[in-house]
Design a protein around this ligand. Structure first.
Ligand code: ATP
Ligand code: MG
Length: 283
């Protein structure tokens, strides 16, 4: 069945990004249907985070178009994106280190706020009633994510897995329609990744998810559709089974001729990722 950009929540067409002489993305297309989980995979430096930055409006492509619900993208500031229903997490944690867990999550709850993110934290320029509602919403989200007991703690005093949940809670508190997750499994243990897989499938009951991830096992378990990038180009796209059986994907990951190998590594076979890697993340 063919789909048009109008049927999609988000679409990217012909996206090219150049950084000086380096072409980080070359004529990339992507479709995200409502309620679907789309995986974006590829070796280090393939252009995944760059595409994420374009999809989330942080980076303007050199050429190409992004369409949100069949129309133009909602604007470039995090506030515009949140109001439109788009949230993201970052390749690093990007939590505010001097704010408590609760304050970090309140800061993500600005989709319905009038005063913008700063006023959410300071309370300036908004009604006390709004502030109370946002706090209550953030507290409910912390409970939903099982991290309410850490509400008053600073993120840096908590284990990495809990901090990752805080970052997820902050992205989900405004009930986005599209959630962009950049390497949510990096730095997590096997059990935590199993929990995350269930969590992501749960998210997709309410929202679409685009997942950038090196943990192949997680990607293959949770994604409806996968796009594979290598050197900035889409080299394969399809269901997890189709992508896994595509010799071009195996070759990109293993750097060996396609006929020598049969499948993409599974079970964390290419699970090397660096949690400290920066996404150049503009908030
Ligand atoms: N702001 C920038 N200025 C110049 N080059 C950049 C910039 N951001 C990314 N690049 C380059 O663009 C290419 C794609 O980088 P990107 O971070 O998108 O890859 P990635 O697929 O997310 O990799 P990883 O898996 O390591 O996170 C790389 O060659 C990178 O060095
Ligand atoms: Mg990246």
């Amino acid at each position: 069945m063919t789909t048009t950009a109008r049927d999609q929540l988000l679409s990217a067409d012909g996206v090219t990004v150049r950084f000086g002489g380096l072409t980080a993305l070359d004529d990339v297309g992507l479709r995200v249907a409502p309620g679907s989980v789309v995986g974006l995979i590829g070796p280090n430096g393939a252009g995944k985070t760059t595409l994420f930055n374009v999809l989330s409006g942080v980076l303007r492509p050199t050429s190409g178009t992004i369409s949100w619900k069949g129309g133009p993208p909602p604007g470039r500031s995090p506030h515009h994106l949140a109001r439109a229903g788009i949230s993201r997490t970052f390749q690093g944690l990007n939590l505010f280190p001097m704010m408590t867990v609760l304050e970090n999550v309140v800061a993500g709850a600005d989709r319905t706020a009038r005063g913008g993110p700063v006023s959410l934290v300071t309370g300036l320029g908004r009604h006390h009633r709004d502030e109370r509602e946002l706090r209550a919403r953030a507290e409910a989200t912390l409970r939903r994510f099982g991290i309410a007991e850490f509400a008053a703690r600073l993120p840096g005093t908590l284990p990495y897995g809990i901090q990752k949940q805080v970052a997820l809670a902050r992205a989900c508190v405004a009930d986005p329609e599209l959630l962009l997750l950049d390497e949510p499994a990096s730095g997590l243990s096997g059990q935590q990744i199993d929990d995350l897989a269930r969590q992501i499938r749960g998210f997709s009951e309410h929202m679409a998810v685009v997942l950038v991830e090196h943990h192949m096992d997680l990607v293959m378990r949770v994604c409806d559709h996968i796009v594979v990038l290598n050197f900035g180009r889409v080299i394969s796209t399809g269901t997890p089974e189709e992508v896994q059986a595509d010799p071009a994907v195996t070759e990109a990951y293993l750097g060996t001729p396609a006929e020598d190998t049969a499948t993409v590594p599974r079970g964390g076979g290419s699970a090397v990722s660096d949690p400290s890697h920066s996404d150049g993340g503009t908030r």
